[in-house]
Design a protein around this ligand. Structure first.
Ligand SMILES: *Cc1c(COP(=O)(O)O)cnc(C)c1O
Length: 288
C-alpha cells in the first residue's frame, strides 16, 4: 500500500500493478485460477475483444507460459496497425498470439458460434475475463485488503476501483466485509449495462458495489483532454496509472471524496503497458 496525496487529499493506493510485469494488475487476479491449472489440461485458449486490450496481453503471457495456443478474435484491424503493430497488440503477437479478424457486423454472431463449438481441450475466456473463473483470484486481493485493514486497526474503509466488465468490483464486494464500502465507476458500459453484467455473473446477489457516475458515459478509449489532464496530475503526484480506466475513476473519486467513508484505498489495476499506444492516439488527434 502506498500513501498518496492529490489535490491535498490523502489516500492509499494498493499497487496491484507491481505484482508481476507480465500480467496487468487485475488481469493477474482474474487469471489466477488458470495460472494454477496444469498445462496439460488444455491445448488452446480462445478469447475476443479489443485489439489493445490488457486482458488480451495477459492471456498471451499465460498461453506462452502454459504452452497453449492462443487464438484471439477481434473486429477489423486498422490498416496502419496491421502494417506496424504497436503496444499490447505488438507484444501479444510476439508472444505467439494468433489473431483472427472478423467483420464488424458478424462479430458477435461469430463469437457466439465459437463459444457453442468449443471442445474439452479448449478454454473459452469471455471478453475482459468476465467469467466466474475470475472470482478466486479477486478473492485473494480482497483477503489482502482485509489483513491490511486488521493490521492498521481500521474500522472503516472505502475501496475504489474502475469497472470495465465490473468483474473485479463485483467479486471484491462479495469477499469484503460490509464495513468496507466498495465503490466503482463504469468506464466501458454505462451504469445500467454494468448492473446487467453483474446480474449475469452473480444472479440474485444482494450486495453490489456502489456506482459513481456523475460524468456519464464517454466512448471507451476515446481521447479526452480532461482525462489526460488528471492522468498527468496523478503522474506528477508520483504514480503512473493507466490512461483508459483510471482517469474517469479518479475524477469521480475526487468529486466524491468528502462523501466517502475514510480512509480511501484505490486499487491500482495495472494496464500501464497500454499507455504508449493510447498516448499515440492523443498525439494523432493533436490533443497533446
Ligand atoms: C481490465 C481493467 C479494468 C477493468 O476490470 P473489470 O474487472 O473488467 O471491471 C480496470 N482497470 C484496468 C487498468 C484494467 O486493465
Amino acid at each position: 500500500m502506498d500513501s498518496f496525496t492529490i489535490d491535498g487529499k490523502p489516500l492509499y493506493v494498493k499497487r496491484d500493478d507491481l505484482i508481476d510485469p507480465r500480467y496487468s494488475g487485475n488481469k493477474l487476479r482474474k487469471l489466477y485460477t488458470l495460472l494454477q491449472t496444469p498445462s496439460n489440461r488444455y491445448d488452446t485458449i480462445v478469447s475476443y475483444g479489443g485489439i489493445q486490450s490488457n486482458a488480451m496481453l495477459s492471456i498471451a503471457y499465460l498461453a506462452k507460459a502454459k504452452g497453449w495456443r492462443f487464438e484471439y478474435w477481434c473486429k477489423k484491424i486498422p490498416a496502419w496497425l496491421k502494417k506496424g503493430p504497436v503496444g499490447n497488440y505488438k507484444t501479444a503477437l510476439q508472444l505467439g498470439m494468433i489473431i483472427r479478424e472478423t467483420d464488424n457486423q458478424a462479430f458477435y454472431e461469430k463469437i457466439e458460434s465459437l463459444h457453442q463449438n468449443i471442445n474439452d481441450r479448449t478454454l473459452f475466456v469471455p471478453q475482459g475475463g468476465a467469467d466466474p473463473l475470475a472470482e478466486e483470484g479477486v478473492k485473494v486481493a480482497a483477503m489482502e485488503i482485509v489483513s491490511w485493514v486488521q493490521t492498521r486497526g481500521l474500522k472503516e474503509l472505502t475501496v475504489v476501483t474502475p469497472s470495465g466488465t465490473g468483474t473485479t468490483a463485483l467479486y471484491l464486494r462479495k469477499h469484503l466485509p460490509a464495513t468496507i464500502d466498495v465503490v466503482t465507476v463504469p468506464v466501458i458500459a454505462d451504469a445500467k449495462a454494468l448492473k446487467m453484467q453483474w446480474s449475469k455473473l452473480l444472479p440474485h446477489h444482494e450486495s453490489l458495489p456502489r456506482i459513481l457516475d456523475s460524468i456519464g458515459p464517454w466512448p471507451f478509449a476515446k481521447p479526452n483532454p480532461t482525462f489526460y489532464e488528471i492522468w498527468k496530475k496523478l503522474r506528477e503526484a508520483g504514480i503512473v496509472f493507466d490512461l483508459l480506466y483510471a482517469p474517469k475513476t479518479w475524477l469521480e473519486l475526487l468529486r466524491a471524496y468528502d462523501r466517502l467513508q475514510s480512509p480511501i484505498l484505490y486499487l491500482h489495476s495495472g494496464g500501464v503497458s497500454g499507455n504508449a499506444s493510447q498516448i499515440e492516439k492523443y498525439r494523432y488527434r493533436g490533443l497533446i
